[in-house]
Ligand binder design. Structure first.
Ligand code: PAF
Length: 280
């Protein structure tokens, strides 16, 4: 696996590959890699000639400084894992390499999409995501980029970004990978204490139960169920549980409003914020 830390070097390499008509698949990450990330590189390998993974803990997408500080960083383990799984290129830039003029946030307009759900609870988060993904896309110029569906709203933001950039990049949303007890895989899971980890496994179960309730009794009943059940769990604090139109993320209150629906949840377990979603 080739490892680049400088933009000029990876650009040169990508240009050489494109001269040979090689297609480029890209998996942008913030490291602390798990099986979910590896499933993205595997999908990229099946679909593209060259797979590039980036690891960059992007400071502009953290609205909470403490969250940035404690974000897990395991570069050696990550490099080994990528190498073992046949990733071709790792891009590992420094903050200065990515933001030579400082980490001021660039602003984007995604209409309502970046103001609801995660955007409401993590103000400015999606501008930071769009800023770094735009920069990474300009550097790597992939044919396809692969994202996990756990961050459902992020995938929609990235799709909107690519449209705004007029960039010929296909955004591929890959299925959520789960631990054996159902918890969606996330880099943040390693930050959970043993007790918090146990409590977290309730989230996917509640989502399944809420789905059944919603399909039988409606959205309001499902929301009440989630609010009641999460409030019963020690250490758990619900940020939101909403049912949305899966294509627009418009929040719906009646099942008749959309056939293509998704339920999304965000909640704290202790200090760690977890998200998940389920189509209905
Ligand atoms: O999903 C992530 O890990 C990050 O938000 C991303 C897309 C790599 C941008 O920093």
């Amino acid at each position: 696996m080739l490892i680049f830390t400088q933009i000029a070097d990876i650009r040169r390499f990508i240009a050489q590959q494109k001269d040979q008509n090689k297609s480029i698949g890209f998996v942008p990450t913030m490291g602390a890699l798990h099986k979910g990330h590896i499933s993205l590189t595997e999908t990229s390998k099946k679909n593209c000639n060259i797979t590039v993974c980036s690891i960059f803990v992007n400071p502009t997408q953290f609205n909470d400084k403490k969250d940035l500080e404690r974000y897990p960083r395991t570069p050696e383990k990550d490099t080994e894992l990528l190498e073992k799984n046949g990733c071709d290129v790792l891009f590992l830039p420094s903050v200065h390499e990515m933001y030579p003029n400082g980490t001021e946030k660039e602003l984007f307009d995604f209409g309502n999409l970046d103001k609801i759900l995660e955007g409401h609870f993590r103000a400015g988060h999606f501008s930071g995501v769009a800023q770094v993904v735009k920069r990474l896309f300009e550097i790597v110029t992939p044919d396809k980029a692969f994202f996990g569906s756990k961050d459902y709203q992020q995938v929609m933001i990235v799709k909107a970004l690519v449209k705004q950039m007029h960039a010929p990049i296909e955004i591929v949303a890959c299925p959520i990978l789960r631990e054996t007890d159902g918890l969606a895989m996330s880099s943040r899971n390693v930050l959970l204490s043993e007790e918090e980890r146990k409590i977290s496994s309730v989230i996917p179960k509640l989502m399944q139960e809420a789905k059944t309730i919603i399909l039988q009794k409606g959205i309001e009943a499902g929301k009440t169920f989630i609010e009641n059940e999460t409030s019963k769990q020690p250490l758990m604090k619900l940020d939101y549980f909403e049912v949305c139109h899966a294509d627009t993320l418009q929040i719906i209150s009646n099942l008749n409003e959309s056939k293509n629906r998704i339920a999304l949840i965000a909640c704290f377990v202790g200090r760690i914020r977890l998200i998940d979603n389920l189509s209905l």
